[in-house]
Design a protein around this ligand. Structure first.
Ligand SMILES: Nc1ncnc2c1ncn2[C@@H]1O[C@H](COP(=O)(O)OP(=O)(O)OP(=O)(O)O)[C@@H](O)[C@H]1O
Length: 268
């Protein structure tokens, strides 16, 4: 699908240094009586340089969403530190497309800008860029109920990019989609990331989705979640989501991550 990538502003070249530093993060949930019921995350540490794409994988219930919610300041922590080196809070994309059904696609994408009172002409220009970038130009005036699940999720991604936050937190954004749509959106997200170079933390259950998208994959242990491995993903960019699957390294890494998730050494 055609998109005008040149209109999107890439991250500045002098933007070295970590954008995100998480150090010994621990989170417990308490019941109504104040008794500690679940330690969700324990001593979890990682950092993300500016402009890097990091995926977090781990067993169900290991605390992935909790970590992301703490990073977004939607949840408190028990101990440890979380530093997001950015002037503005991160943008978020959730598993369920969070589109407002009474607004058009354009109005949904424009929302963060209209809420801030940005000038109409600026909003219109930005929305056109984002419609093109996410392949939604022909659906600018459609309402969410006229869109497929994948298209709704594209609207969510476009809206998260609208006011150009530096850090993007994505919680299983393609988890509810069929495999083919998921592959298409992975390819689109790769293209969008190439054009914008946001710092991205992306949670997924899918090992191959993580290897397709990320510069690094963080593997978490079962609850209480902590860091088990921090793996570099060596594939050059730009990436082709189908061609990557012909590369033996892709399957070797998949095997390695699955062994880590199964808690046994590779080859055992
Ligand atoms: N608000 C809450 N109150 C109590 N316990 C919670 C709350 N939110 C999460 N938990 C618990 O914390 C643990 C981690 O949950 P979290 O949703 O972060 O895991 P996850 O790795 O994202 O899971 P999944 O992959 O299944 O989405 C789970 O045991 C969950 O039951």
């Amino acid at each position: 699908m055609a998109a005008k990538l040149e209109m999107v502003r890439p991250a500045p070249a002098d933007s070295a240094g970590p954008a995100i530093e998480v150090d010994r993060l621990t989170k417990a949930f308490y019941d109504a009586e104040g008794d500690r019921t679940t330690v969700a995350v324990s001593d979890f540490s990682f950092s993300v340089p500016r402009g890097e794409f990091v995926c977090i994988v781990g067993p169900s219930g290991c605390g992935k969403t909790t970590v992301l919610r703490i990073m977004a300041d939607l949840e408190s922590k028990l101990s440890g530190t979380v530093d997001l080196h950015s002037d503005r809070p991160p943008a978020m994309v959730f598993q369920e497309a969070s589109v407002l059904p009474w607004l058009t696609v354009s109005e949904n994408i424009a929302l963060p800008l209209s809420l801030k009172g940005v000038k109409r002409s600026k909003i219109d220009a930005r929305v056109s860029e984002l419609l093109a970038l996410t392949g939604l130009t022909d659906f600018a005036r459609a309402r969410p109920q006229q869109l497929s699940g994948g298209m709704k999720q594209r609207v969510s991604v476009a809206r998260a990019l609208a006011d150009d936050r530096e850090i993007l937190l994505m919680d299983e954004p393609f988890g509810a989609l069929d495999e083919q749509t998921r592959l298409v959106l992975q390819q689109e997200l790769l293209r969008i990331w190439e054009a914008t170079r946001k710092t991205v933390v992306f949670i997924t259950h899918s090992v191959d989705e993580a290897l397709t998208l990320a510069d690094r994959v963080l593997v978490m242990s079962p609850r209480p979640g902590t860091l088990v491995a921090d793996l570099d993903v060596p594939f050059e960019r730009p990436r082709d989501v189908v061609e990557m699957r012909r590369d033996k390294r892709f399957w070797d890494l998949t095997y390695e991550v699955w062994n880590l998730l199964a808690d046994k050494p590779a080859g055992a």
